[in-house]
Design a protein around this ligand. Structure first.
Ligand code: 0PR
Length: 381
């Protein structure tokens, strides 16, 4: 560190250099991210509330109220009229927290999860010293019910299902899973789907393809949903919702020298600007705003699907959400060669495929430019 600080101008020069090496969403080059540019209002609100740290809630009753309101609005999206929970740093912290409460509540260690689960489940398994039992997928890349049934036993703390898988956007059959799990805690990871599926349902765009996937299903005990993905809030914003308040007591730790007697989240000091930004964005966009956003992403997903088909690439599954994957034998090579051309796509390992997430920053022009590059890359390999 310098002894005498640099002038702001000098630091600006450094920042500019770093900024130039980063890839912005507005470049139209990012096709493999589940995040996007936050709503401009979200950014503005974030910086206004950045110091109202919910790690010390007694000082910030206004931000506490915004957090309650966010949990209640997300509860409304996920069909739970009286939700409990918090705004956390994202889907990883939400999954870890849900699994921790299930382990504490049950006194058991095993967790069943589909092979399509996000890797944060494995992080949680390691941190919490749990026993991981992966469940196979069926031909539609959803949790296989027969395999689930055969793996149920008395050692289970939790079953995890996914409503919107990271790689393909598949939605597990939550009602059918619920019939099998009995009174074992059932967590639905809708980190991505939570801000997509409610609006697809509202626009009748998934009728007959996706059954009830949220708290409408009685045995769902917890759900996670990230406003910092399709919710257009700033990072870090991920919600964990509990159907009942009592599991929260397993999280409670005495915090005697702070303004509230107990703390309930893994993080101490919390970036609560994101809580305010989430509140403001949800209030401002409303259901109509999110429906428009999701419709636009789905239209662009369809357009991308058509363009990929023109290149002779076959989709792995008909997209339910704004994620599309096409079969390819060498996705890593294609991904690397596309990156050399400054287009950032992603891949699926099983089945071997190229993956594209059609976030709000992915419009038809970026799609056309990316397809042009992809056509060249496919010719070259
Ligand atoms: N659960 C599911 C179903 C997810 O898709 C993700 C994230 C998580 C949990 C974890 O959420 P956090 O990353 O908020 O903790 N899926 C994305 C992924 O791993 C995260 C991401 C976002 C990756 C933006 C890249 C990126 O540019 O692909």
């Amino acid at each position: 560190m310098e002894r005498a600080g640099l002038s702001k101008r000098e630091v600006e020069d450094l920042l500019n250099r770093f900024e130039q090496t980063n890839i912005g969403f507005d470049s139209g080059k990012i096709f493999g991210s589940m995040c996007t540019s936050p709503h401009p209002f979200a950014l503005e609100v974030h910086s206004r509330f950045h110091e109202s740290n919910l790690g010390n809630p007694g000082l910030y009753p206004g931000t506490v109220e915004m957090e309650r309101s966010v949990i209640s609005m997300v509860g409304d999206l996920l069909n739970l009229s009286e939700p409990y929970g918090h705004v956390l740093s994202g889907g990883t912290e939400a999954n870890i927290t849900a699994m921790y409460t299930a382990k504490k509540r049950s006194g058991k260690r095993s967790v069943l999860y589909p092979r399509s689960s996000h890797f944060s489940v494995l992080k949680a398994v390691r941190l919490l010293d749990m026993n991981p039992i992966p469940v196979d997928l069926d031909e539609n890349f959803r949790m296989d019910l027969g395999d689930l049934e055969s793996k149920m036993d008395d050692s289970l703390a939790m079953v995890i299902a996914v409503a919107g898988t990271t790689e393909l956007g598949a939605v597990d059959p939550i009602s059918e899973i619920s019939d099998i799990v009995g009174d074992v805690d059932l967590h639905v990871d809708s980190a991505f789907g939570g801000f997509v599926l409610p609006f697809l349902e509202e626009m009748n765009m998934v009728e007959g393809r996706v059954g009830p996937w949220d708290f409408r299903v009685d045995s769902v005990t917890t759900m996670s949903t990230d406003p910092h993905k399709m919710g257009l809030a700033t990072i870090p914003s991920g919600c964990l919702l509990f159907r009942e308040p009592h599991p929260l007591r397993h999280l409670a730790v005495e915090s005697p020298y702070l303004t509230s007697p107990k703390a309930y989240t893994l993080a101490g000091t919390r970036d609560s600007g994101a809580v305010a930004s989430t509140f403001a964005t949800m209030k401002h966009l409303g259901r109509e705003g999110y429906c428009k956003l999701v419709k636009r992403c789905m239209d662009n997903t369809q357009y991308l699907g058509t363009r990929l088909l023109e290149l002779g690439l076959q989709t792995v599954m008909d997209p339910v959400m704004n994620i599309i994957a096409v079969h390819h034998e060498e996705p890593q090579i294609v991904q690397n060669k596309m990156a050399q051309r400054d287009f950032h796509i992603s891949k699926v390992c099983e089945p071997s495929a190229l993956r594209f997430v059609v976030m709000p920053h992915v419009g038809s022009e970026p799609i056309d430019r990316m397809i042009e590059a992809l056509e060249q890359v496919l010719k070259d390999i």
